[in-house]
Structure formats: C-alpha cells, structure tokens
Design a protein around this ligand. Structure first.
Ligand code: SAM
Length: 241
C-alpha cells in the first residue's frame, strides 16, 4: 500500500513512523509512506500557505493552491484530470466535520492500494480542497485537535495494521474490539496473583471451550454496558447474551 501525507509540519510524523509495527512495515516496504511538506508547493518568498477567511472571523485558513499543487505534482496528475486522480487514489481530508472514522472504514481503506491524507492546521482548509480534490473527509472523533497530523497518524496506524504482512499474527486481528460488533474480552497474563488481585479461575482452567464461552459472554456484557449502540448488541435482550 502506498500512503502520501501532506502537511505543513511533516516532522511530527518522524518518530511515530519509525517505531514498532509501522516502522517495520515502512522499512520493509510493505507500506510505502511518503511525507510531503505543503509549504514546498507554496508561491512567493514567504511560501505563504494560509490567509484570512473571506467573510471575516478569527484565525487563518489554509489556501487551496499549495495543496492542489502538492497533491497533483507528487502523484503525477494534471489539474484538468482530477477525476482520474480521484478514481485511482483515495484522497482524504482530515477534518472534525468529516464522517467519523471507525473500524469499518479502516477495513475499507485497507483494501485500497493508494491513500493520500491531507492534514489541516489553523481554522481549517479552504472548502474547495474537500469539494474538488478529496474523495472523502474523515474525523477521528468529536473533539478538535490543533492539526490533522495526529488524526492522520490514527488513520495510518489503524489501516496499516490491517494490511497483510504488517501484523505478525494476523489471527489476532479477527478477535479484536469492533471486529464482530463487540468490544474485546479482558486479557490477563502472568502472574496469576498480583498484589492479591487474582485472574479469573476460568482462564487458568485449560478448558478452551469454556474459556471461549466465558470470553464471549464477558465481551457481550461489557459491550452492552459501555457501547450498547455497537451493532448486534443493542437489539439483544440480556438473556440472549
Ligand atoms: N475550525 C475547525 C472546526 O471547527 O471544525 C477546526 C480546525 S482544527 C484547529 C485544525 C485542523 O486539525 C483541521 O483542519 C483538521 O485537519 C485537524 N483536525 C482537528 N480535529 C480533528 C478531528 N477530530 N478529526 C480529524 N482532523 C481534525
């Protein structure tokens, strides 16, 4: 999978993309990740990437030209062939006003060969970027971050670990939270008794059938309690758990 990231602060990505699973996936070439500084595509001596909002209001808005230029030049498309670009590359604007990013969307994006992520700053990005350059706009949650870089990292991490070859044991992905409309069951490891807090007897029993049943029941109970809106749980009666 190729992922191009556009930001005016590309340095933010350096350490997170060097470490752990993502770092290995990038180093081995399973993920071809390319960072682009939007400022490199801005005009003038000051390489201005933002300007005051039309209509007034606080703060600054990111200008469209450097973003269009950065994306089309780095991906090799012409400004009059944006439809072609959008049919081949999933171009995503990170914004609090986008659709909420979740595991289902991570799965969809993991099936694409090429993603481009555009990170906003200041008061946001000129709307023509979303309208004419992007294929979708994603929010990572109902809160406002100071920049799209952290949101992009969340999307990259959640998507990359679903790409074959990134997570060592792919069986671990099947049972995770959200994978079946459920939160994951609680996990325990050694020691069985820590500070007099004992792990549940069942997980020490060696009876895999019973452990599986217990995990399933606990997962359903905890989903019903904390996230009843997750699919498949809200509709069930407690005795169907
Ligand atoms: N004025 C904007 C609003 O009220 O929606 C917020 C702009 S925010 C300070 C600057 C940038 O951070 C946004 O352009 C976006 O790229 C990013 N950002 C902030 N919160 C985000 C979120 N929840 N999801 C995705 N991106 C976010």
């Amino acid at each position: 999978m190729r992922i191009d990231v556009y930001s005016i602060f590309p340095g933010i990505f350096e350490s997170p993309l060097r470490e752990s699973l993502l770092g290995k996936a990038i180093e081995s070439g399973v993920i071809d990740l390319r960072l682009h500084d939007i400022r490199d595509y801005a005009e003038g001596r000051h390489r201005q990437v933002d300007d005051a909002p039309f209509g007034g209001g606080p703060g600054m808005v990111m200008k469209p030209e450097p973003i269009f230029r950065a994306v089309t030049e780095t991906l090799g498309y012409r400004m009059d062939r944006l439809d072609e670009l959008k049919s081949e590359v999933e171009v995503i604007l990170l914004t609090p006003s986008g659709e909420t990013f979740d595991q289902e969307k991570a799965n969809q994006l993991a099936g694409r060969e090429h993603l481009a992520l555009i990170c906003g700053r200041y008061e946001g990005v000129d709307e023509r970027v979303r309208e004419h350059l992007c294929t979708r706009a994603l929010s990572v949650g109902d809160y406002v971050l100071s920049g799209g870089e952290f949101a992009a990292l969340i999307v990259i991490d959640a998507v990359a670990r679903l790409v074959p070859g990134v997570v060592g044991n792919e069986a671990s992905l099947a049972d995770e939270s959200f994978s079946r409309g459920l939160l994951e069951y609680p996990q325990y490891t050694r020691p069985a008794d820590f500070n007099s807090w004992k792990v549940p007897e069942i997980v020490l029993s060696g009876n895999h059938g019973e452990i599986e049943k217990w995990r399933c029941q606990v997962a359903k109970e905890s989903t019903r309690k904390t996230r009843p809106e997750l699919s498949g749980i809200a509709q069930r009666k407690p005795d169907e758990v």
